[in-house]
Design a protein around this ligand. Structure first.
Ligand code: GLU
Length: 282
């Protein structure tokens, strides 16, 4: 079987044990099938991405004993492909410029909530003469996009959750090109996974909702749909998703304190946090 997986961290901070768990899951999935494990740095968030975090991420992965195949791919070097996809979707009449600020959207009393916060109420959807010299993002007109997807019913398969009917409408008119970045997470990740030939996406359950949007973008852009494996999230001793309040140090802090990264990775594989690790502040 020809399998490729990837780990795709955003270098906006230091990795924590939850990232390590996800990287291990994706790495082991590929290795157990004689497949490839690729590393992609999602660094198009110019305001939050930092080169020093990239360096730290590479060292953390080595410390965990996770070797990747081929060159590291940086999203910041793939902007032309994001632009081409945006042009294509715009040409299909599926995008519109949106001038609203976060505060405008939050202030809209009609904005219902979706998996990632307020659903955009559609204020800019039908502007007559948008002034593109003003700061704007580009949104996908969800209703038009679904109609254009050419399929009555979109679905994807997840090894833990089974066959899932994709319902991207729960996200409303998602942003595909941000005011401050050339592409949004949804667009970049969908294009990159296809460009890198990723067959199996192994990532946490926190991204399951986003997959509904990715499935629609695959249909619109004629991209293959990978197999999905959304794993359960690492939990703290109280059964809640592992967080800072559990006293979980970053991987860099553990590494710098002299901890054994491979032993740490083995413990995570067994579904354990190493003894004494998270108990202190639980
Ligand atoms: N860059 C995303 C993150 O760090 C992960 C993307 C993905 O696995 O699809 O949360």
């Amino acid at each position: 079987m020809n399998v490729s997986t990837r780990f795709a961290p955003s270098p906006t901070g230091r990795l924590h044990p939850g990232h390590a768990f996800s990287a291990i899951m994706a790495h082991d999935f590929a290795r157990e099938r004689d497949g490839r494990f690729l590393l992609r740095i999602e660094d198009i968030d110019g305001t939050r991405s930092r080169p020093e975090h990239v360096e730290t991420i590479l060292r953390d992965l080595e410390w965990l004993g996770l070797g990747w195949d081929g060159e590291v791919v940086f999203q910041s070097q793939r902007l032309a492909s994001y632009q081409a996809a945006l042009d294509r979707l715009r040409g299909m009449g599926l995008l519109y410029p949106c001038f609203c600020t976060r505060a405008d959207i939050a202030a809209s009393l009609t904005a219902p909530h979706g998996p990632e916060g307020a659903i955009y109420p559609g204020t800019c959807r039908n502007l007559d003469a948008p002034d593109l010299s003003k700061p704007h993002c580009w949104r996908l007109d969800m209703a038009k996009a679904l109609a254009a997807s050419g399929s009555e019913s979109l679905s994807f398969h997840d090894s833990r959750h089974g066959l899932i009917h994709a319902d991207p409408t729960q996200h409303g008119d998602v942003v595909l090109a941000r005011k401050d970045a050339p592409a949004s997470y949804h667009l970049a990740v969908t294009l990159d996974d296809a460009a890198q030939g990723i067959t199996d996406i192994v990532r946490g359950d926190d991204l399951l909702a986003a997959t509904h949007v990715h499935r629609l973008l695959q249909a619109l852009l004629g991209l293959p749909t990978p197999r999905y494996h959304h794993h359960a999230l690492l939990l703290g001793p109280d059964g809640e998703r592992l967080a800072k309040r559990h006293g979980a140090p970053t991987l860099a802090a553990l590494r710098e304190s002299g901890a054994d990264g491979r032993a740490f990775a083995e413990a995570l594989r067994r579904g354990e946090l190493p003894v004494g690790f998270a108990a202190a502040k639980a």
